[in-house]
Ligand binder design. Structure first.
Ligand SMILES: [Zn+2]
Length: 175
């Protein structure tokens, strides 16, 4: 890898109005193509960004560095040695009714973390790999939360949106 492909990118933050606008934008409908050298280079830099000592996230989505492409990195807590893996054009095709409560943070939302109760315990996903394969997989538990969080980013959705919805729903129940 060239030195440049190891250079982290700037992570967009909701505390900056211009960044926030982009974080709220849905990613391109055009599929990310693994054979494109620009995509390969970008995927390396996105990995360098999530592993950057100032970030140290468990996942990242391309829009978080200002690139509206359907690419995410996810740390697989359900695999041995918890590897990071990259997914192109990921989609959730099925959500379990069964939910889990997990504390979430986000590289784009500084200085806070919150417990969400709305994430599905199990999801089914479809994606493309850098080896140009199309795959389907069932994901559970914490890793399923990371996928839901990162795929939300591709749709311009932040975990705070779910939190707000949960708070509203709780209020409605009380009234
Ligand atoms: Zn995030």
């Amino acid at each position: 890898m060239s030195a440049d492909s190891l250079t982290p990118m700037r992570v967009y933050k909701i505390t900056n109005p211009e960044d926030s606008l982009l974080l709220r934008t849905r990613s391109s409908k055009i599929k990310a193509n693994p054979n494109n050298p620009n995509i390969k280079h970008f995927v390396s830099r996105l990995f360098a960004t999530v592993r950057d000592s100032v970030s140290l996230g468990v996942g990242i989505a391309a829009p978080q560095v200002g690139i509206l492409k359907n690419i995410i990195w996810v740390q697989r807590f359900d695999k041995e040695n918890i590897p990071f893996e990259v997914y192109l054009n990921p989609k959730i095709t099925k959500y379990s009714k069964n939910k889990q409560s997990v504390r979430e943070g986000c590289l784009s939302i500084p200085n806070r973390s919150d417990v969400l109760n709305c994430r599905s315990h199990q999801i089914e996903i479809e994606y493309d790999t850098m080896e140009n394969e199309h795959k389907q997989e069932t994901i559970e538990a914490f890793t399923a939360v990371i996928f839901q969080h990162e795929i939300d980013h591709l749709n311009g959705i932040l975990y705070l949106d779910h939190l707000e919805k949960e708070i509203q729903e709780a209020k409605t129940l009380k009234d």
